[in-house]
Design a protein around this ligand. Structure first.
Ligand SMILES: Cc1cc2nc3c(=O)[nH]c(=O)nc-3n(C[C@H](O)[C@H](O)[C@H](O)COP(=O)(O)O)c2cc1C
Length: 174
């Protein structure tokens, strides 16, 4: 319950040992046949971050304050082939959730996103063409929500919603 996709980032840098433990948490995620399809491209040099910020959608402008972007990339053909399902995406998702939970454990916030231009980020982060970006996770200390733009402030303050358990859980069959 403590994990949430916070928007109010402080630009305070994240110590290396914290960042490493977040990446370790991702590395130890389970994956189908232990395929480990994930790659974590960590952007934190101010010049590179500034370029990457140009690739963000307007709605994700809040993320420019975060000191670290973890671009999560994988090959779409890299997961296990069971059931002809795209297990690489499930595996990468498990790694991302591990990293988000570790960030919370360390007193940080992590925000996964899909709102960016993939081609631009791939070029800036020098990601080979056969890889896809599944998400970009912004990590940082929590900052002051009053510095957010109106739209982000409203989203930050909105109540968190989930479907009821009765809508998604099927006891003893569907
Ligand atoms: C794959 C993925 C992509 C997302 N993309 C965005 C995004 O581009 N911008 C954004 O503000 N939030 C994004 N989110 C965050 C979701 O909006 C958020 O997880 C959801 O509303 C539930 O809120 P919570 O994480 O605070 O519980 C994304 C989450 C995931 C898992």
């Amino acid at each position: 319950m403590k994990r949430r996709s916070g928007r109010a980032f402080s630009s305070k840098p994240i110590p290396d040992d914290m960042l490493n433990s977040i990446l370790e948490a991702g590395r130890w995620a389970p994956s189908c046949m232990n395929a480990q399809s994930w790659n974590f491209i960590v952007l934190r040099e101010p010049d590179i971050l500034a370029k990457a910020h140009e690739a963000l959608t307007i709605g994700n402008a809040f993320a420019k304050a975060a000191p670290v972007m973890i671009v999560v990339a994988a090959r779409a053909d890299s997961g296990c082939q069971s059931h002809r399902l795209p297990y690489f995406a499930l595996d990468v998702g498990l790694a991302v959730e591990n990293m988000l939970l570790q960030a919370v454990h360390l007193g940080l916030i992590g925000h996964p996103t899909a709102g960016w231009n993939e081609a631009q980020i791939k070029e800036i982060a020098r990601i080979p063409k056969e890889y896809r970006i599944l998400t970009v996770v912004f990590i940082g200390y929590e900052g002051d929500p009053n510095t957010l733009d109106d739209r982000s402030w409203k989203r930050e303050k909105a109540p968190r919603r989930r479907k009821k358990l009765s809508e998604i859980v099927h006891w003893n069959g569907w």
